[in-house]
Write a protein that binds this ligand. Structure first.
Ligand SMILES: *Cc1c(COP(=O)(O)O)cnc(C)c1O
Length: 386
């Protein structure tokens, strides 16, 4: 069955008792058991819940995993994956990654004596060179955030496995519609379900998907032991989101492409970063690794300073000034002051997250309206001759 058919039918069989096409939302915290010491399929909702299970079943299928685990947020999911590490271990992570992942690695895990280095994972030689005998995990995003850097997932899997490391891929930007990292050799796929999976800016959620049963059991143990599970309402909304995921993502990609091409012709814009453009570093890898489209996230540098970029982000009417991404409404933000403010300034500068950078998440509005909105904001924040 094709992706979009599985997204609708796998994990969503009609309720066996009533025939309801949509299963009830099971809010029960606990479940009656057949006998003392005899356990039914579900016993306590932290350990397992039927509504959460339905979402996990669909997502695992779409990513090609043996199982998925749904969490209260994307950060809870990433944290759980990092709990596989022990004191003394070293994590190698992409240099343009989600700001919250940077914070978790640099300001929380470092207290457990887990070391982290950032490396431009688009450069495989640099990845190889940064590996130490203590490196046990490579954590990447492709496209990266906020620079849309492209990382060759299959090549990273090969490097990681040659050094006995795990490869984790934050697949939030690409979604399983465009990239399925497990098929490319990754060990762990992570999602912020808050973004494209939910798709409507109305929930927080996260997920891990793996293809190895032993790793799944380890992560399940950690999830149950620490408890940051996804609630039943969010699980229901995520199941619903998956049903329209492919349609939303493909349409949003189409509009993002039009916006990227339009911005690239604008003299007020110094550089457009969109993996679908032939001038984007890593475009050829993106073409191979992404299924027919290049995502609905893009960033661009304005010919102006911090203040000009700030003004621009504050001047759009349709693009809402907000962090987050992947939903039906378009969003705009300035990474230097918003999504990546938790980076040390030096790390931001070394890795090219400049003051004049603007990141947008393209929603489901019409291209013409979004273009006019950006055009207006550019006109009042930057002079055309600059
Ligand atoms: C939002 C996001 C996260 C964190 O997810 P939350 O649901 O906000 O905790 C992680 N990675 C990426 C790429 C994200 O966009």
């Amino acid at each position: 069955m094709q992706f979009r058919t599985r997204a609708i039918h796998v994990g969503n069989e009609p309720d066996p008792q009533t025939g309801a096409l949509v299963r009830p939302i099971y809010v029960a915290a606990t479940f009656a058991q057949p006998g003392a010491g005899e356990w039914g399929e579900f016993d306590y909702s932290r350990s397992g819940n039927p509504t959460r299970k339905a979402f996990e079943t669909t997502l695992a299928n779409l990513e090609g995993g043996v199982g998925a685990l749904a969490f209260a947020s994307g950060m809870a999911a990433t944290h759980c994956a990092m709990l596989l590490l022990s004191s003394g271990d070293h994590v190698l992570s992409g240099s343009d990654i989600y700001g919250g992942t940077y914070r978790l690695l640099h300001r929380v895990l470092d207290r457990s004596d887990i070391r982290v280095s950032l490396v431009s994972t688009g450069d495989l030689k640099a990845v190889e060179a940064a590996i130490t005998p203590k490196t046990t995990m490579l954590w990447i995003e492709s496209p990266g955030n906020p620079l849309m850097s492209i990382t060759d997932i299959a090549a990273c899997a090969e490097i990681a496995h040659r050094h006995g490391m795990l490869l984790g891929v934050d697949n939030t930007f690409a979604t399983p519609v465009l990239t399925r990292p497990l098929e490319l050799g990754a060990d762990i796929v992570m999602h912020s379900a808050t973004k494209y999976i939910g798709g409507h800016s109305d929930l927080l959620g996260g997920a891990l998907v793996v293809k190895d049963k032993t790793l799944f059991d380890q992560l399940y143990f950690l999830q149950n032991a620490t408890g940051a599970v996804m609630g039943p309402l969010e699980s229901f909304l995520c199941s619903r989101g998956l049903k329209t995921l492919e349609l939303r993502v493909r349409e949003q990609c189409r509009t993002a492409r039009q916006i990227a091409d339009w911005l690239a012709t604008d003299p007020r814009v110094a550089k457009v970063r969109y993996p679908g453009r032939a001038d984007h570093l890593g475009h050829a890898i993106a073409k191979r690794q992404m299924d027919g489209a290049f995502g609905a996230m893009l960033s661009f540098e304005v010919r102006g300073d911090f203040a000009a970029a700030k003004r621009l982000a504050e001047s759009t009417k349709l693009f809402q000034l907000a962090v987050s991404l992947g939903a039906v409404e378009s969003l705009i933000e300035q990474p230097a002051s918003m999504s990546h403010a938790s980076y040390h300034r030096d790390d931001r500068m070394t890795h090219g997250i400049s003051d004049g950078l603007i990141r947008i998440s393209v929603g489901l509005e019409a291209f013409e309206d979004l273009r006019d909105d950006l055009n207006y904001a550019l006109s009042i924040s930057l002079s055309p001759s600059a």
